[in-house]
Design a protein around this ligand. Structure first.
Ligand code: ADP
Length: 485
C-alpha cells in the first residue's frame, strides 16, 4: 500500500525539505507505517521565516473582516472534514476516535471563535485633559513561531493559529515528529480556503533540528510553545537571546479535590474522564485525587469499579483509552508505577501492558489507580503523562489546599462539593490558572482563558485573553490646541 508523503509548506507551496530527508510516521497501536513527513532543518525554517516575514504587512493591513471571513471558511471546512480529520488524528496519536472527533470539533470552534473577534480587537481612549488626545491600538506582534506537541496536534495548532491569524500575525509552525498528520491536513485546508501564501508556513521535523532552529531564529517575534518543562526552558533561553516574548504551556499535575458532601455519582465518572483523556497524555489531566478521609474508602472502591470497566484498545476501535504515543512513553509510565509502589503507594488496579494478538506491537498501559500516595512521593510530584491516577486522603480544608499547591505545577484544579463557602474558599487558595467547581473542563472551553501558574508556564491561550498574548499595545498621544488666527 502506498503511503502519503507530506512535504514542508512554505510560501503557499508543498516543497521537500532542502536536505531531501523524510521521517516515518507510525500508528502507536500497531506499529504500522502511516506516512512519511519531511525532515525539516534550519535551512527550511529560514525559508519559512522569510516567507512569513514577506506576508506580514499585506496580511496585517487587510481589513480585519476579511481575515475573519477566511477564518470562518476554515472553520466550516474543518467541520465538513471532521470525520476524516478525526480518523487521521486517531491513527497518528493512538487516541480513541471519539476523542479525536472532539479535537476536530474544538479545532473548528477555535477558528469560529477567533473569526468572531478578528474585527473587535479594540484599543482604549485615555483621558489626559484638554491638551491631549490619547488612544491605544493593539497591533500584531509579527512572525509567530508555534511549536506544537504530539498529544493534541490538531487542537493545539488551531488554538494557536486562529488567534494569531485573527490578530494579523503570520505563522511558522513546527509540529511534533511523533504525531502531526492532522496538522498537515489542517494546513491544506487553510490554503484551500484562501489563506494567502506565506501567512502560514509549516515545517515538520525533529525538535532538536527544526524546533531548535525556529526557537532561535532572529526573524521570529513571538514564540508559542506547548510541551515539557525541560524543552520549554530551552525555548525560553533561545527567546532571551533575541528578546522575544514567549507563551509557554508546560503541563501540570492537576488535582480533583473531593469534599465529604460531594455528589459522588456525578463527581467520580467525571474524575475518571478527567484523568484518562488521551490515556493521560494531557497537560490538563486531573492526575491527582485529594479526598476527604471519611469518604476515602468509598471513593477508592467506586473509582476502582469505574476503572475496571474502561475499554483499552486501538483508537479506531473507539474504547476509552488508546495506545501511548511511543515505546519510550510506555516504559516511562510503567517505571513511574513501580516507583510509586516502591515508595509505599498501593496499586489498586491497572498498570500492566495490554497483551493481545493484534495489540502486541502497541504501546498500551492499563489505567492505574494508586492509593495512599503522599505528597513527598514522586508519583505525587511529577507529571507522568500516562494513565495513572494517584489518590491522597486529607482531613481539613487547609490540608487540601496545601496538598493541591504542593507540586511545582499550577494548571487546573477541580473541586467537588456542595458547601458554597468551602468550595469558594478552596478556589481562592489554589494556585492554578483554571478552577472548576463540580465540573472539569466544561466541554473543552474554547472561551475560557487557559494557562499556568508556577512551572505550568505563563501567558494565556483561549478566550479573549489570547488576544493579549498575540498583540502588542501601541499608545498614540496627540498634543491638540485651537488654531491661532
Ligand atoms: P516530549 O518530550 O513529550 O516529546 P517536547 O516538549 O520535547 O515534549 O516536545 C514538544 C515540541 O517541542 C515538539 O514539537 C518537539 O519537536 C519540540 N522540541 C523538542 N525539542 C526542542 C528544542 N530543543 N527546541 C525547540 N523545539 C523542540
Amino acid at each position: 500500500m502506498a503511503h502519503p508523503t507530506y512535504d514542508c509548506f512554505i510560501q503557499g507551496e508543498w516543497i521537500p525539505a532542502n536536505g531531501k530527508q523524510t521521517l516515518e510516521m507510525r500508528d502507536p497501536a500497531t506499529g504500522a507505517l502511516l506516512a512519511h513527513i519531511a525532515r525539516g532543518q534550519a535551512a527550511d525554517i529560514n525559508d519559512a521565516v522569510q516567507a512569513a516575514t514577506r506576508a506580514l504587512s499585506p496580511w496585517a493591513s487587510r481589513p480585519p473582516v476579511e481575515r475573519a471571513r477566511i477564518l470562518h471558511a476554515i472553520s466550516a471546512r474543518i467541520s465538513r472534514e471532521r470525520d476524516a480529520l478525526a480518523r487521521i488524528e486517531s491513527l497518528d496519536t493512538g487516541k480513541p476516535l471519539k476523542q479525536a472527533f472532539a479535537d476536530a470539533t474544538a479545532a473548528a470552534r477555535f477558528f469560529e471563535y477567533y473569526a468572531g473577534i478578528a474585527d473587535k480587537v479594540l484599543g482604549a481612549s485615555i483621558p489626559m485633559g484638554s491638551d491631549y488626545m490619547d488612544f491605544t491600538v493593539r497591533e500584531p506582534l509579527g512572525v509567530t513561531a508555534q511549536i506544537v506537541p504530539w498529544n493534541y496536534p490538531l487542537q493545539i495548532s488551531a488554538r494557536g493559529l486562529a488567534p494569531a491569524l485573527a490578530c494579523g500575525n503570520t505563522v511558522v509552525l513546527k509540529p511534533a515528529e511523533l504525531a502531526c498528520l492532522s496538522v498537515l491536513e489542517l494546513t491544506r485546508i487553510c490554503h484551500e480556503e484562501g489563506l494567502p501564501p506565506g501567512v502560514l508556513n509549516v515545517v515538520p521535523g525533529y525538535g532538536y533540528e527544526a524546533g531548535a532552529a525556529l526557537a532561535s531564529h532572529p526573524g521570529v517575534n513571538l514564540l508559542v510553545f506547548t510541551g515539557s518543562v525541560a524543552t520549554g526552558i530551552g525555548v525560553m533561553q533561545a527567546a532571551a537571546t533575541n528578546i522575544v516574548p514567549v507563551l509557554l504551556e508546560l503541563g501540570g499535575k492537576s488535582p480533583n479535590i473531593i469534599l465529604s458532601d460531594a455528589c459522588l455519582d456525578e463527581a467520580l465518572p467525571a474524575i475518571i474522564r478527567a484523568a484518562f483523556p488521551n490515556s493521560g497524555q494531557t497537560c490538563s489531566a486531573g492526575s491527582r485525587v485529594l479526598v476527604q478521609h471519611n469518604i476515602h474508602r468509598q471513593v477508592v472502591d467506586q473509582l476502582a469499579s469505574l476503572n475496571a470497566r474502561l475499554q483499552v484498545g486501538p483508537g479506531l476501535k473507539d474504547g476509552d483509552l488508546g495506545a501511548l504515543i511511543s515505546k519510550d512513553q510506555q516504559v516511562k509510565v510503567q517505571r513511574y508505577i513501580d516507583t510509586g509502589r516502591d515508595e509505599g503507594a498501593e496499586v489498586i488496579i491497572g498498570g500492566q501492558a495490554l497483551a493481545g494478538t493484534d495489540m502486541s506491537q502497541g504501546h498500551f498501559v492499563m489505567p492505574a489507580l494508586l492509593d495512599h500516595v503522599t505528597s513527598s512521593m514522586r508519583v505525587h510530584q511529577e507529571e507522568i503523562f500516562g494513565p495513572v491516577l494517584s489518590i491522597v486522603p486529607f482531613d481539613e480544608l487547609e490540608e487540601a489546599a496545601t496538598l493541591a499547591n504542593s507540586t511545582e505545577y499550577g494548571l487546573v484544579t477541580g473541586i467537588w462539593g456542595n458547601d458554597l463557602r468551602s468550595t469558594h474558599w478552596l478556589a481562592q487558595q489554589v494556585k492554578t490558572g483554571q478552577v472548576f467547581i463540580n465540573t472539569y473542563g466544561a466541554g473543552g472551553g474554547v472561551e475560557l482563558p487557559f494557562g499556568g501558574y508556577k512551572k505550568s508556564g505563563f501567558g494565556r491561550e483561549k478566550g479573549m485573553d489570547a488576544l493579549l498574548s498575540y498583540t502588542q499595545v501601541k499608545n498614540i498621544c496627540i498634543h491638540v490646541q485651537a488654531p491661532r488666527h
